[in-house]
Write a protein that binds this ligand. Structure first.
Ligand code: NAD
Length: 266
């Protein structure tokens, strides 16, 4: 799925964290196809350059590489300064970077738990703070879209840090949305279900496991990165101008309690 042939983001400046692969890469491509100039964040410059080479060019200038670890305050400051400086401003922040570490909860290592929160929660907070500081200086009506997860709602046994982090993200979005609604800044989230990306290689590359995952989804298939990118773009576009503080579940019906599809209790 490519972005529809329109230019909703022509002339706009978009920073995407975790843009070196998966949903972040697809989102960068989607925004660039709709005319945006994007800044790509990730930790490895060579991977970001490879993504930039795939993006359509825009007349406003080259897409920007903003390398840095979003869990580190000093990296955030440097990468936002680079992105905003080279783009000449910022209109949309997509907080996409995130990761998970599996472990039975009785064995979970504090360092692993804190590591996941450092990226998925602190990284979102630090990124949002940097964008807000920039926008408040000149009353800019910026938009933030955070990539959460269905695990904002559905428990994820053996992934306690991830589960806790995505629950926190839901309230970060609602709190920031309320705090800045009167200044014209919108803050929303998408919550993907099971999406085919490298984070899910363990089941994506195993036909039996892939079938098992698909069978749990009411629409009977996992989603793809472009379907999430399209929803992120919607929440950043003027079409959603009156939406703030919401989480849009993009999950093929995963949060609809598939076991209740056929009545079994009366
Ligand atoms: P992915 O592993 O393919 O990509 C994650 C990206 O984040 C990579 O580019 C990685 O380098 C980057 N990243 C990780 N830690 C970082 C850090 N400290 N600083 C900067 N960049 C960092 O994963 P994905 O599936 O594309 O996931 C993207 C987002 O979508 C995550 O927040 C994830 O929780 C969420 N999500 C994914 C799925 C899914 O099924 N794939 C489902 C729900 C939510």
């Amino acid at each position: 799925m490519t972005a529809p042939s329109r230019s909703r983001f022509k002339g706009q400046k978009v920073l995407i964290t975790g843009a070196s692969q998966g949903i972040g890469e697809a989102t960068a491509l989607y925004f660039a196809q709709e005319g945006a100039r994007v800044a790509l964040n990730g930790r490895k410059e060579d991977k970001l350059i490879a993504v930039r080479d795939k993006l359509p060019k825009v007349p406003e200038g080259e897409h920007v590489i903003a390398t840095g670890d979003i869990s580190k305050e000093s990296d955030i400051e440097a990468l936002f300064a680079k992105a905003i400086g080279e783009l000449g401003g910022l209109d949309v922040l997509v907080c996409n970077a995130g990761y998970q570490i599996p472990s039975p909860s009785e064995d979970i290592k504090l360092a692993d738990f804190e590591g996941v929160l450092a990226v998925n929660v602190n990284g979102v907070m630090l990124s949002c703070r940097a964008a807000l500081r920039h926008w408040l200086k000149d009353n800019h009506h910026g938009r933030i879209v955070v990539n959460s997860s269905v695990h904002q709602l559905i428990p994820k046994p053996s992934y306690l840090g991830y589960s806790a982090s995505k629950g926190a993200v839901g309230n970060i979005v609602r709190t920031l949305a309320l705090e800045y609604a009167s200044r014209g800044i919108r803050v929303n989230a998408v919550a993907p279900g099971a999406i085919v990306t490298p984070i899910n290689d363990s089941w994506v590359k195993d036909p039996e496991q892939y079938k098992a995952v698909a069978s749990h989804i009411p629409m009977k298939r996992p989603g793809n990165s472009e379907e999430i990118a399209a929803s992120i773009a919607f929440l950043a576009a003027d079409e959603s101008n009156y939406i703030t503080g919401q989480t849009l579940y993009v999950d093929g019906g995963l949060t609809l309690y598939g076991d209740f599809e056929k009545n079994w209790s009366s």
